[in-house]
Design a protein around this ligand. Sequence first.
Ligand SMILES: [Mn+2]
Length: 308
Amino acid sequence: MGILSFADIVSPTSQITSGVLMTFLTEARAFFHSQPVLMEISGEVSVLGDTHGQFQDTKTAILKTGAMASFDSPEAIKPIVFLGDYVDRGPDSLRTFLGPLALAMHNPGKVVALAGNHERPIYPYSNKACLVSEVAKLFGPHSQDLLQMFRDVANELPACAVVNKSTFCVHGGPPLQWGLDDLARATKTTMTDDSNKEAVSMLWSDPATPMQEEILAANNVSAAFNSPRGAGILFGKAFLADFLQANGLSHMLRGHQCISLDGPVDHWGLATTVFTAADYGGSGSMGGVAIEREEGRRFETWRAGDRL
Ligand SMILES: [Mn+2]
């Protein structure tokens, strides 16, 4: 078998042995090591938010946007950006993570798999479903080596992408002070350093709610520590507008939060939160995916019962 493809991972009969997986992850580490922190991508681009172990929503999003017509071929028809948080909470973290990795490796420059905060680092997720427990259950004595390799791969994933020279894609939010020039120069080592507040902001930040924005305004600041999460910032409209304008960008697509039952959420017309896992945590929420086009942005949404 060659390098695992999306078709191998989709196939219900596929037998992914620990040896095949280790070979794949070793290839993945080298592949992603060669990619920059900041990716650039153009065309009609599907942008998926958090999938959190819900592989069926990954497949649904890809089919709904027409990025792939079927999963028989490893090649994507149209470009795809994944915003990270593939693992934890859902029932199938392994395939939900491997799928985007395989797509990126088989479609270099066309499919981008960014890191989310759940990929950095990959850790046991208390008593809940997580990649660590899945790998331990499936691969027993080999699981520690495999999990270390998963962490090595995760640490090589790019942090952000610019689509069509105008839309900034990132898991959480903008960096604090860095611009695209800084990101273009940044190394993976810098981006995985937990003391680097720029990188932490990109993984953990959230847009301020209207009530939080009133507090920011009352304190005469445009952003504040994201105390509900204990990491990153809560950014207001002005903070985001400054980042976009300083970098010649018009919009930001981010995931990280399932904040609506009805799909993607707009923030001030400047950013959109996209969350792809439907019925997240049993909430009944809609899964969603953004489609970035030169002529404008559109969305596809679905209920859990309408997954493809
Ligand atoms: Mn997240």
